[in-house]
Design a protein around this ligand. Structure first.
Ligand code: FAD
Length: 512
């Protein structure tokens, strides 16, 4: 029997599930198809003030009160203690050099901490994606979506509407159950999957990207604390008001970096990101020893990782291919892609969740107001297509500049200021009107900001003193620098001065 839907969503990650949930509450008949089943492994990731703003706004805009608690650590813990998360008070960048232990000085020349919230309760979070995605897929299902897990797509052909043939395997070794679906819309929320190449004729178009990295990552128990290593050598007025373990830790090396995101369960998501040309050729089973060898080069990282165990040895350490990617198009007749399916740059500065949520918000709005297939190529859809390309180019510039600035930690921190300038400006725009972004997502439409960031893009790796580059960036960010980035003595400890959290402002009159 052929079942009819208004939309088939490929992928039940958080963005596909969330969009399905929204559409179902608007009366759409939705099927969500995923080749995996929940709970499935997905590396732990960290949200940002932008991401949490968008999440709380999405909850209000589409009347999803059950979603709202996920927009801040305190509300999350109160409402969903069973969904694992971590407290993220800010971003931390710590310099490591081969064969040298980490030691900071009074001026904090070896570390940078940027606060993102003023209290624990209203802080951002690290997401245990397996828990979060499972929760959202469940919400989508309860709202009326049909969620088809362990299901692969055998064909997807569009005539006057989409016809999909699927195979679902309920258990290993079971015979596959065939499904035939018809749908007005196909929405690609498949992240780095290949649905769009296979069935939309939408080829990769990413030669232009500057950022070319790979990652090795896993979930660990027993990661050591960085709090004591940061020490109290820092002069008191430069001490941060949050513990460095309550942050998204970026351990910056000469070539790349390692992230550590600590969850309340004791699990830590940790991963190494390096330029693609350093990618090792490894046989299956060799990733763990490669990971350990890499950590051993940096005594303080080694110290943090020395007593760790993999949470699930069967999952082991995952190795990615090239992380950055982009597709030729984001929309077509009867189809649309969510941001992470369309493209991705790199985990540096945690831009992914916010970008994905911004896409859910926009696509839900477009489908709700302009979801007639006949108008799929109208101006509003073309605008979304154009925006996604512009955003990927902007994120690629912001992130790529930081890698090019290495091995100089000073130059890295200087170029990272562009990310914070853009994020804070965007948060301020959203605080005025969450649905009106005159300069685009993350200021990606601000020609002035982009031209200045491009003009200060490091022309080569910064191997010697980078004072002139830092001066250049310090001057260039001035029109937007409201928080003292690169200004001494506060330049390495940035207090959060962006608008109050949307979740806090709108939902809870009682100050915590
Ligand atoms: C190593 C790494 C670290 C990251 N760290 C961060 C971070 O700290 N902070 C941050 O903000 N962002 C981070 N990101 C980005 C983040 O992962 C994405 O923004 C996020 O995954 C987007 O979620 P999604 O639901 O759109 O896609 P996904 O999570 O990729 O989900 C896609 C789903 O679609 C399914 N699927 C794919 N193809 C098919 C197909 N053909 N048929 C059926 N099912 C299919 C998959 O099984 C999967 O369940 C990171 C990314 C990487 C690669």
């Amino acid at each position: 029997m052929i079942r009819r839907y208004d939309a088939v969503i490929i992928g039940s990650g958080f963005s596909g599930s969330l969009l399905g949930w929204i559409l179902a509450t608007r009366g759409w008949r939705v099927a969500i198809v995923d080749r995996a089943s929940h709970p499935r492994f997905a590396i732990g990731e960290s949200s940002t003030p932008t991401a949490d703003f968008l999440l709380a706004f999405l909850a209000d805009r589409w009347s999803l009160p059950e979603l709202r608690p996920l927009a801040a650590w305190g509300t999350w813990k109160e409402s969903y203690p069973q969904i694992d998360c971590g407290k993220k008070r800010g971003f931390a960048y710590v310099r490591h050099q081969r064969d040298c232990s980490f030691f900071d000085d009074l001026e904090c020349s070896q570390s940078m901490m940027v606060a993102a919230s003023q209290t624990d309760y209203w802080s951002d979070t690290h997401w245990m994606r397996s828990d979060v995605d499972g929760f959202l897929a469940n919400r989508a299902q309860s709202a009326g979506c049909e969620v088809l897990e362990r299901t692969t797509i055998d064909s997807a052909i569009r005539d006057d509407e989409w016809q999909l043939k699927l195979s679902q395997q309920l258990e290993d070794n079971d015979e596959a159950i065939p499904h035939s679906l018809k749908s007005r819309w196909v929405i690609d929320a498949g992240g780095g999957g290949n649905f769009s190449s296979s069935w939309l004729g939408n080829a990769p178009d990413d030669d232009w990207m500057r950022t070319k990295t790979f990652a090795m990552y896993g979930h660990f128990d027993n990661v050591g604390s960085l709090n004591p290593m940061l020490g109290q050598s820092t002069s008191p007025d430069l001490r941060s008001d949050f513990f460095i373990d309550d942050s998204a830790q970026h351990h910056i090396t000469e070539d790349g970096w390692m992230w550590m995101l600590r969850f309340d369960s004791g699990i830590t998501s940790a991963g190494i990101v390096l330029p693609l040309e350093l990618q090792p050729k490894l046989n299956p089973g060799e990733t763990r020893s490669w990971f350990q060898d890499w950590c051993q080069q940096y005594p303080s990282i080694h110290e943090l990782m020395r007593n760790t165990q993999l949470v699930d040895p069967t999952i082991g350490i995952r190795k990615s291919g090239r992380l950055s990617r982009c597709r030729a198009r984001a929309v077509g007749e009867g189809w649309v892609m969510l941001p992470t399916a369309y493209g991705f740059v790199d985990p540096l500065h945690s831009t992914g969740i916010a970008h994905a949520l911004s896409g859910v918000l926009r696509v839900a709005e477009l489908l709700d107001q302009d979801g007639n297939v006949d108008r799929a190529t109208s101006d509003r859809w073309s605008q979304y297509d154009h925006q996604l390309r512009q955003e990927l180019q902007w994120l690629d510039l912001l992130v790529g500049g930081c890698y090019t600035a290495l091995p100089s930690f000073d130059a890295f921190c200087a170029y990272a200021s562009w990310y914070f300038v853009a994020a804070i400006a965007f948060e301020q725009t959203m605080a005025r009107d969450p649905s009106f972004w005159p300069e685009g997502y993350m200021e990606s439409g601000s020609e002035a900001m982009k031209a200045s960031a491009l003009a200060t893009f490091p022309s080569q790796r910064q191997t010697s003193s980078s004072d002139s580059m830092i001066d250049l960036i310090r001057n260039a960010i001035k029109p937007w620098n409201r928080v003292g980035l690169l200004e001494t003595p506060l330049g390495r400890r940035i207090p959060h001065t962006s608008p109050p959290k949307y979740a806090k402002r709108e939902s809870n009159p009682n100050e915590r």
